[in-house]
Design a binder for this molecule. Structure first.
Ligand code: LLP
Length: 428
């Protein structure tokens, strides 16, 4: 069977199924995922550990669609979550609570209670105040909460500043100087049990060196804590491996990252520990495209024409938010170099609503385009701005399309809203 996105007789296909056919069946904008590529990426991470004790916790925020979570749960994946909403999604998708780690700087009491009720693997604690809160909630519920301190290692991941998290100026993690106090405090609190130590330095990191620096910092802490009689069962190195959005962009392959982390742990950890990682983007990014149809091509006086498509920043906000570059290709035939570059923009009333700038491809109204490498932080960051319904999502499974999510119904957009007395309501 064919795997991933490739052209067959000129037509762009996903796992062998033509994308133009998906667009015909489901209309656009629609996300399409390759089940084969998601599974393959997860398995590469898992296999790269060999005999080393490990758990791959997929970062659900990258794509939290039930069908994607369900596929990974069936593979035996663990999950990294950041809210009660993600917790419920993972549990309903069949995820094992014992394989869930709960990150995030602002965990509410109800987040914590939900995690405890589910019996998750551990909370990645991001402040001393949160540590006290987890102990208090656990005491009320009469349980012991498993915790792992998320360390801010003050390491520069050399990535886009908007997705860097491991510098001391970032809001994430416990400052290095406070980490030992946090472990000592955890040892005093009766409703906490120390499970691990964790870290996440940023996203779209292509250089293995920041990870090496992070391991140095974490193992030095483990040695100091060991001297105080405090030991952990696992070390969680977070996610962040880069994928190539353009051909030739630097990427960090699962094997390269895992083998390095496993070797460093074996050599330098003061005692044997289980390794956890939290990859998000690198499992799903390349497995998804966003299909969109050209509505209008507007000739411009400027040096680029305007190609207005039916997808926008509400389906894929990465170009707007990070100036991210996504490859855009016609699905029916390979891109033909156009005479004049086009700016590919959406219908949303914002100048920053664009998907691609100055692309030299020939486009005409009615063409279906694929915005590539859109499986991560696409759908999960989609919004209803301009009262646009959320797009449909389709997964190619065993070579055939299955609907993961129906396109949102327009009436659903305001179904939860209530009118005040003074309002006149129209017909429904
Ligand atoms: N673990 C933690 C604690 C995280 O905060 C993140 C991502 C991950 C794991 C997964 O990182 P990944 O392997 O996906 O790089 N919206 C941005 C990315 C934000 C990443 C936030 N945290 C984007 O579209 O580029």
């Amino acid at each position: 069977r064919r795997t991933g996105f490739e052209r067959i007789d000129g037509e762009l296909c996903c796992d062998g199924f033509p994308l133009s056919e998906v667009a015909r069946l489901h209309a656009t904008p629609t996300y399409v995922y390759s089940s084969e590529l998601i599974r393959e990426k997860y398995r590469r991470y898992d296999a790269a550990f060999g005999d080393t004790a490990h758990l791959v916790c997929y970062a659900a925020k990258a794509n939290s669609t039930m069908g994607v979570l369900g596929l990974l749960a069936a593979e035996g994946a663990g999950f990294d979550i950041v809210s009660q909403g993600e917790l419920m999604r993972v549990l309903h998708a069949g995820g094992d609570p014992k394989r869930i780690v709960f990150s995030g700087v602002g965990k509410t009491r109800s987040d914590i209670a939900a995690g405890l009720a589910a019996g998750i693997r551990c909370f990645n604690v991001e402040s001393l105040a949160e540590l006290e809160r987890i102990d208090a909630v656990a005491r009320e519920l009469g349980v012991v909460a498993p915790v792992s301190m998320r360390v801010n290692p003050d390491v520069d991941p050399h990535t886009n500043a908007r997705i860097a998290t491991g510098l001391k100026s970032a809001k994430f993690g416990i400052a290095l100087r406070d980490v030992k106090d946090a472990y000592r405090r955890a040892a005093e609190l009766a409703n906490l049990r120390v499970e691990g130590i964790s870290c996440h330095i940023g996203s779209q990191v292509s250089d293995p060196r920041p990870y090496e620096e992070m391991t140095e910092v974490l193992f030095a802490l483990l040695r100091e804590l060991d001297a105080d009689g405090i030991r952990v069962a696992h070390v969680d190195f977070g996610g962040g491996a880069a994928v190539a959005y353009r051909v030739g962009d630097p990427e960090l392959a699962p094997e390269a990252l895992v083998e390095r982390l496993a070797a460093l742990t074996k050599e330098k950890a003061p005692y044997p520990v289980e390794i956890l990682i939290e990859p998000g983007r690198s499992i799903v990014a390349e497995a998804g495209v966003l299909l969109t149809t050209v509505e209008y091509v507007k000739p411009m006086e400027a040096d680029a024409d305007c190609c207005i498509v039916d997808a926008s920043m509400t389906e894929l906000i990465r170009p707007t938010l990070y100036d991210a570059w996504h490859r855009i290709e016609p699905v029916a035939h390979p891109a033909r170099a156009g005479a004049k570059p086009v700016n590919i923009v959406g219908p949303v009333c914002e100048s920053s609503d664009w998907l691609g700038s100055r692309r030299e491809i020939e486009v005409a109204a009615g063409d279906v385009l694929a915005v590539c490498t859109a499986g991560a932080y696409g759908m999960s960051m989609a919004s209803n701005y301009n009262s646009r319904p959320l797009p449909a999502e389709v997964m190619i499974e065993k070579g055939l399309p299955t609907t993961l999510r129906e396109r949102q119904d327009v009436l659903e957009l305001f179904a939860a809203e209530r009118a005040p007395e003074c309002a006149k309501q129209g017909p429904l």
